[in-house]
Structures are given as structure tokens and as C-alpha cells.
Write a protein that binds this ligand. Structure first.
Ligand SMILES: Cc1cc2nc3c(=O)[nH]c(=O)nc-3n(C[C@H](O)[C@H](O)[C@H](O)COP(=O)(O)OP(=O)(O)OC[C@H]3O[C@@H](n4cnc5c(N)ncnc54)[C@H](O)[C@@H]3O)c2cc1C
Length: 285
């Protein structure tokens, strides 16, 4: 039986999963829990519902999916790759899962760090994808900006080829244990410095830390972070899809806030439905 994996249990992910399940596709939803709806105090513009909180709407969605028998796995996706048959493999903080088709429905990332120089050095020492750019930093000292499982994953990828890897948590405590081959500094960062490319960062105690590259892995990996790892087309921090919600890699679809447009529940549900139907078509043919 063909296997579909949906990453994200918001309106887009659940909508797609409902269509897939009702068409007898083996579907699993991997999610770390509620997404954008957590911050929505009151929703009163969604068809057929009285005013309700985002959390209530989310819980209703999960309940309806569970009633249909959709399987949920509460884990954090940290990477995506392909096996020898070019089937997608999703890596989470705990396991890896193979699928025949994958839907990225992880919403938009609202994480950001207002560090002087970080934006200016994008592509000149500041990278957002370890697996894409590790090659350029082989035998060099590099840093990863972040403090969770995603930062650790990116640091572990870099540790295979770089001279040294240091996680810079920018004043935050680490949420995960760090292996011995990776260093860790939790001082606040004031600026990223360099001439044409990154050469160092300055901490709030004026110490200057030399590094050839900074890999940004803040919070948890978003849809766009995963997309970048496998060469999915991205523009303006949004995943590019065709009218069937299919990316430039045929087995990978994307829906909801992560593809841009109207950032509303109604549009996420519609995207999810279209993605679910297109995935059914893809898997059955
Ligand atoms: C404050 C606020 C108020 C809003 N008010 C309204 C409103 O009144 N009406 C309206 O229509 N819309 C409203 N919205 C917008 C609405 O919440 C979003 O458009 C909608 O939730 C998008 O759905 P989605 O499925 O694309 O993403 P999300 O709902 O964000 O779901 C993303 C899912 O992906 C999961 N995820 C993310 N990263 C990972 C990872 N690495 N591993 C595993 N899982 C992951 C999350 O846990 C979540 O389950 C509001 C949004 C905000 C922030």
C-alpha cells in the first residue's frame, strides 16, 4: 500500500489527511502540536462555526481526523532526504519515516533574530541549510545559531566535515543535550562581522568569536527550511507549488501558510483539500 505523510496538523495538514484517508490511502500526520492557531484568540470568520478560539478550532480538526482513524505521531521534523529509490525520508528528532508522497503543511515560521549583520551576510557566510552548504565550510570553523533539536541536527551535519562546530544559543538555554564534538556558547550576540564574508561575531561582553560561517537554525524547522534541503523551489520564504500544490519535486506537495497568499484558515483548508486530492492522484497512478 502506498504511504502518504503529512507534516503539520494545522488546517492545511488535517484537511489533506481527511481526503487521503477517505480515499483509503495509508496516511500518517507528523506534528509537534498546534501551530498558528495557538495565538488566535477568537476566530469568527470561518464558515459554519460560531466564534471560537484557535485552540478550540484546532482540537475540533484533530478530533475529526482521529475519528476517521488517521494516525498521529507527535515528533518534530528536522530534515528530509531521499532513499536509494528516490522515495522521501523524513527525519524527526526521534525517528525516520519513509513515504511515497509527502505534504509540507508546517505553516510559516515567525521566528527571527534581530542581530546586526545577520541579514546583510546572507549568502556570504550566513546560511539556512547545513546539508546544502556544509561542503563550502569543510575544514573550517563554523557556528550554528539556535538552541533546540533543529540546531543540534544542523550542527551534527556540519560536524562531519567542518574543523569545529559551535552552537551559539544567543543567551538562551539549550533545550537538548550536546555531544562532545560540538561546542556551545550561550552569550548574547551583538553583531555578525566581516569584510565581504562572515569572519566573526561579537558577544555582549565584547568578546569576539571567530567563525567562517553561521548556520541559522532557530526554533524548529519550518516548511521552507525542509524544502531548501532537497532543492525545492522557494521564493520570498514561500514554497513554490503548481495548481495541484505540487512542488518541483513530484512526490513533495505543500499547502497552507507556507505557500503564501491569504494567511487564513479558509485558504489553508482549501489548499489542503487540493493537495490531498492531487496526492491521491499521484499515489494511485
Ligand atoms: C494571532 C493570529 C490570529 C489569527 N486569526 C485568524 C482568524 O481570525 N481567522 C483566520 O482564518 N485565520 C487566522 N489566523 C491565521 C491562521 O491561524 C493560519 O492561516 C492557519 O492556521 C494556517 O494553517 P496551516 O495549516 O498552514 O499552518 P499552522 O496552523 O501554522 O499549522 C502548522 C502545523 O505544522 C506543525 N509543525 C511546524 N513545524 C513542524 C516541525 N518541524 N515538525 C513537526 N510539525 C511541525 C505545527 O505544529 C502545526 O501543527 C491567525 C493567525 C495568528 C497568528
Amino acid at each position: 500500500m502506498k504511504k502518504a505523510i503529512v507534516i503539520g496538523s494545522g488546517p492545511a495538514g488535517i484537511s489533506a489527511a481527511l481526503y487521503l484517508k477517505r480515499s483509503n490511502i495509508d496516511v500518517t500526520v507528523i506534528s509537534k502540536g498546534i501551530g498558528a492557531l495557538e495565538k488566535a484568540e477568537k476566530i469568527e470568520n470561518f464558515y459554519g462555526t460560531e466564534a471560537l478560539s484557535g485552540t478550540e478550532l484546532y482540537e475540533r480538526g484533530i478530533e475529526s481526523a482521529k475519528k476517521l482513524g488517521i494516525e498521529f505521531i507527535k515528533e518534530q521534523a528536522v530534515s528530509i532526504d531521499f532513499d536509494e529509490n528516490f522515495k522521501p525520508v523524513i527525519e524527526t528528532d526521534k525517528n525516520s519515516y519513509k513515504a511515497d508522497a509527502v505534504l509540507l503543511a508546517m505553516g510559516v515560521s515567525r521566528k527571527s533574530q534581530n542581530i546586526k549583520g545577520l541579514k546583510e551576510f546572507e549568502g556570504k557566510g550566513v546560511s539556512y541549510c547545513a546539508v546544502c552548504d556544509a561542503f563550502f565550510y569543510r575544514n573550517k570553523d563554523v557556528a550554528v545559531l539556535g538552541n533546540g533539536e533543529y540546531a543540534l541536527h544542523e550542527a551534527s551535519v556540519l560536524a562531519q566535515t567542518s574543523k569545529s562546530v559551535t552552537i551559539l544559543s544567543n543567551g538562551l538555554d539549550m533545550e537538548t543535550e550536546i555531544p562532545e564534538n560540538i561546542k556551545y556558547i550561550n552569550k548574547k550576540i551583538i553583531s555578525v562581522n566581516g569584510e565581504n564574508t562572515v569572519q566573526s561575531v561579537t558577544f555582549d561582553d565584547s568578546e569576539v568569536f571567530e567563525t567562517s560561517g553561521i548556520f541559522v537554525a532557530l526554533g524548529i524547522a519550518g516548511s521552507v527550511d525542509l524544502a531548501r534541503k532537497i532543492g525545492i523551489e522557494v521564493a520570498d520564504n514561500k514554497i513554490i507549488v503548481n495548481e495541484n500544490m505540487q512542488t518541483n519535486i513530484p512526490s513533495i506537495f505543500a499547502a497552507g501558510d507556507c505557500i503564501g497568499g491569504l494567511l487564513q484558515v479558509s485558504k489553508a483548508v482549501s489548499d489542503g483539500a487540493r493537495a490531498g486530492l492531487a496526492m491521491i492522484n499521484f499515489l494511485k497512478n
